[in-house]
Design a protein around this ligand. Structure first.
Ligand SMILES: Cc1cc2nc3c(=O)[nH]c(=O)nc-3n(C[C@H](O)[C@H](O)[C@H](O)COP(=O)(O)OP(=O)(O)OC[C@H]3O[C@@H](n4cnc5c(N)ncnc54)[C@H](O)[C@@H]3O)c2cc1C
Length: 335
């Protein structure tokens, strides 16, 4: 018997479990031998409060003071506009315009773009430190984590649920790309979650760690210095089944081409590459709550490409909703 059972040990699962454990007895089940092996361990680790749909941006701003010491490091972003469409997008962002020459001073290999702005609200996130802080907090609050514990049994039992033989009042489905598979296993309507593969590579290059993150404002690539290499992404969104995502060499080649087109770096090879699944519902806002006809089975899913940057505020709000301290959010309820 437990009050709340959380499925998934990525950032979503550990953050909501930790917040809930302040007021409830919590068990977390993770399928893999280690936590954070899937999307959480593969992110670009960027905090960008100007990125994403409205609720995501608000939660990201609210998260900033909640990350704790040493997790965020300021790292400005240059948003590039490469055509008229980009210029229109750039005008909508609350950022400071720069001249192309000023941008090149900040990142000398950059070819002067059509238009550019600097976003000083962006930061790097120490994802593993944040994840570890929530794991520690969960343990300190009496919660338990079981690894190698893939959920294969999930059924209603009176007013509660049975999950792998454990009886619980509330199931929190924080299974990332697998959240709709878990809903189907529970006999609960799905939320139309779409996992999309995104690729990152570390290119061999001579880099200056002081360079900003450089991103196309319409999201066709980004790059930034990372551990003596250049982290590059083609900002791909390839629909995928829930799986252990692998990088496709075509996507890596596209990333190299796009970064070479806007810089003089002449990148030719990569040191390593990886991919992960960013999972979205149609409006790209997160989903927190239960279907009205299926109480006690709570989705905590659809974090898309923003699950790290908004994790602290989303987990606080999510715990308030799940424990009935605030009403469900119309924007984030299953829909
Ligand atoms: C390339 C890339 C770059 C990104 N960059 C950023 C960024 O810069 N900033 C940002 O904020 N976000 C970024 N994101 C998004 C962010 O990483 C995700 O939103 C976040 O990690 C999602 O966390 P999660 O816990 O929902 O999913 P996951 O980390 O995938 O965790 C889900 C867990 O559920 C477990 N699970 C699944 N099925 C079961 C089962 N049946 N039983 C038990 N456990 C199960 C899985 O094993 C997994 O560990 C990026 C993502 C990618 C792929």
């Amino acid at each position: 018997m437990v009050d709340v059972l959380v499925i998934g040990g990525g950032i979503a699962g550990v953050s909501i479990a930790c917040e809930l454990a302040a007021d409830a007895q919590v068990i977390l089940l993770e399928a893999e031998p280690e936590l954070a092996r899937h999307t959480t361990g593969r992110s670009a680790a960027i905090y960008a409060p100007t990125y994403g749909p409205p609720t995501v941006r608000q939660l990201t701003r609210e998260s900033e003071p909640l990350f704790g010491d040493g997790v965020l490091t300021p790292h400005p972003t240059l948003w590039l506009a490469l055509d008229d469409d980009g210029v229109d997008h750039l005008r909508e962002l609350p950022v400071e315009p720069l001249t192309p020459r000023e941008a090149v001073e900040l990142c000398p290999p950059l070819r002067p773009p059509l238009a550019v702005a600097i976003d000083t609200s962006c930061m790097d996130i120490d994802v593993m430190a944040l994840h570890a802080r929530y794991v520690r907090g969960l343990h300190e609050r009496g919660g338990t984590i079981h690894r190698n514990a893939r959920v294969t049994e999930l059924r209603r039992d009176g007013g509660g649920w049975v999950v792998n033989g454990i009886r619980t009042d509330v199931v929190v489905n924080a299974a990332g790309a697998w959240a709709d598979e878990l809903a189907a296993l529970a006999g609960v309507p799905t939320i139309g979650l779409r996992p999309m593969r995104r690729t990152i590579a570390l290119a061999r290059a001579t880099v200056d760690p002081a360079w900003p993150l450089v991103s196309d404002v319409v999201d066709t690539f980004y790059f930034r210095p990372e551990s003596g290499h250049l982290l590059i992404s083609p900002a791909d969104e390839t629909p995928s089944e829930p799986c252990d995502a692998k990088p496709d060499e075509v996507d890596v080649a596209i990333a190299l081409d796009r970064v070479n087109a806007v810089t003089t770096l002449n990148l030719r090879s990569v040191h390593t590459a990886w991919a992960g699944l960013r999972s979205f519902v149609a409006d790209r806002e997160p989903v927190v709550g239960a279907w009205p006809d299926h109480p006690g089975f709570v989705f905590y899913a659809g974090q898309g490409g923003y699950g790290i940057q908004m994790a602290p505020a989303l987990a606080r709000t999510g715990a308030d909703i799940i424990l009935g301290r605030v009403p469900p959010s119309p924007i984030m309820s299953p829909r």
